[in-house]
Design a protein around this ligand. Sequence first.
Ligand code: SF4
Length: 200
Amino acid sequence: MKNHKYLYLITLAFFGLSFVNIHFAILGVICMTIPMVLLQRDKKKTWCQGYCPRSNLYMTLGKMRKKKGKVTPMSFIKGNVKNVVLIYFGISLMIALMSTLQVALGNMAPMLIPRFLILLPISVAFPQLITLSGIPVWITHFAFRMFSMMMTTTLIGLSLSYLYKPRTWCTICPVNTISDIYIMENRKRSPGPSTQRKAS
Ligand code: SF4
């Protein structure tokens, strides 16, 4: 990763701002979109290699640790764990979008609390420094769903970085898995000059 020392502050700001007002959590959509836009533009992991605030947070905390973590399990690197995480993420995103639609249509009550791993509600009062009025409740519901996804993946990533290497989460992060699939498919579709020479 390039030497953008303070990118981790963006991650901290995301959670801090969500406690100021939960609607800031919708900024998480930007975090999910930019890596894909850069991947499509550059055909490489530009985001992961230089700009990811979450990875920067893990690296920064890793540098502060005295005791080294264990080696990353092979099941994370070569096994099915990354596929499970990708499927979980896909289901989680689908639930967030579909439930928001149902709330907007009036078919479902909004869920105005965060959940860990989709299933576990965190029922303590969510701190809010500023309350906004007049915002449609489906937007607030969506903001809580975004916060839940970001919180879940960040907490899992932090736990993994404590147990293993600082960037262990990156081995199973859905962005990384999608990027690998995209880059591989892109290479198959448009092989480089060396591959073309071999073929001829
Ligand atoms: S793999 Fe995920 S956490 Fe790691 S740098 Fe890429 S987007 Fe960030």
